[in-house]
Design a protein around this ligand. Sequence first.
Ligand code: PXP
Length: 239
Amino acid sequence: MRNVKLGVNIDHIATLRQARKEKNPDPVEVARVSLNAGADMIVMHLRHDRRHIQDEDLLRIRENVKGIIHLEMSQSKEMEKIALKVRPDSVCIVPEFPGEVTTQGGLNLSGKLAELSNLVKKISNAGIEVSLFVDPEPQSIRVAHNLGADTVELCTSKYAASWGKKLQTKELERLQLAAFLANELNLRLHAGHGLDYYNAVPVARIEGMECLNIGFSIISKAIFVGLRNAVAEMKRLIQ
Ligand code: PXP
């Protein structure tokens, strides 16, 4: 058994809570239940528009939940400050554009990267592991390595959206190739975005895959079967 880890992204629990801006459903409780059900870490994306996770959620989870906390954030001074204050176990730097419904692919790692390089160093020096969310392209993997990232999280959204066996196989091969290079460069390997109960297993079986970060499909299934069952079922599938 490979024991691929499961990061449960709880953003959409906070989306529901924000619909009324009340206390429930409480992300602290959700984090505890997820970890009890087999999640290996809790993932949150603190967005600039604070549409779901709030600063206070991060702090409360850090203080009240025993478990690995993984923060997704964009590259900005504001987020850097928050990460250094809250001290999650790991940070994944992701692109973020105003008005987007969800993250639109990996970081653009062409062009000037001095600021990103600085951010990676500062977070890393604080003892927080740094992951970069990248498209499954060899050049992005090489740049992530040069920037000193500990981990690359391969963006699986194209794979997840691909329709039909032929296209899906092509996208899976892109992920496998990117993973091969990440393994060669001793980068830790995560993947995520758009993964669900039907498409996650082939990604989990990629050589060297350490962790899948999954949110929307788990929270959606939880409506029907409960959060504990939804998390446990995904963990059973991918490990
Ligand atoms: N990984 C990253 C970097 C993401 O930005 C997201 C979405 O917040 C996910 C994984 C989880 O994606 P999904 O909610 O589609 O499972």
